[in-house]
Structures are given as structure tokens and as C-alpha cells.
Design a protein around this ligand. Structure first.
Ligand SMILES: [Zn+2]
Length: 74
């Protein structure tokens, strides 16, 4: 991914700069300790999609066992 594009991205919450760990598929906001996923090369800059970071700065993915299946939410 083009690093120049990343430099244009800021956290939607705190408007702070983001950085991408090597070989990671997410962008990190150090201030909020959140990880924004990169899907198909496109950063998903949504607070609702952000994952909290653990002590090793790794995104904490929600448990798939408890994934809620919303079929007819609309
Ligand atoms: Zn932030």
C-alpha cells in the first residue's frame, strides 16, 4: 500500500496520525489504542470497525463464537 496515502489518514476520533505496523493489515491510532482494519487494501476508517489493542499492540478481535447474526436488521 502506498505509504503516502497513509500519511493523509487521520484517526476519525482524535484526528491524530495513524501508523501501520510492518506486515500488519491494520492501522493503529496510538492515542486511542485502536486498530482500523485494512480490507482489500482500503483502510476502514470507521469507529464502529475499530478494534481495541491489547498489551502487545495487537488488535483484539471479537470472539467468533459469539458473533451475532443480524439477518433482518433493517
Ligand atoms: Zn485516535
Amino acid at each position: 500500500m502506498d505509504t503516502r496515502l497513509i500519511q493523509l489518514l487521520v484517526c476519525p476520533i482524535c484526528k491524530g496520525p495513524l501508523h501501520r505496523p510492518a506486515q500488519a493489515d491494520h492501522l493503529i491510532c496510538p492515542a486511542d489504542r485502536l486498530a482500523y482494519p485494512i480490507r482489500d487494501g482500503i483502510p476502514v476508517m470507521l469507529e464502529s470497525e475499530a478494534l481495541p489493542l491489547d498489551d502487545q499492540d495487537q488488535p483484539v478481535t471479537p470472539s467468533t463464537a459469539e458473533s451475532t447474526t443480524s439477518t433482518t436488521a433493517d
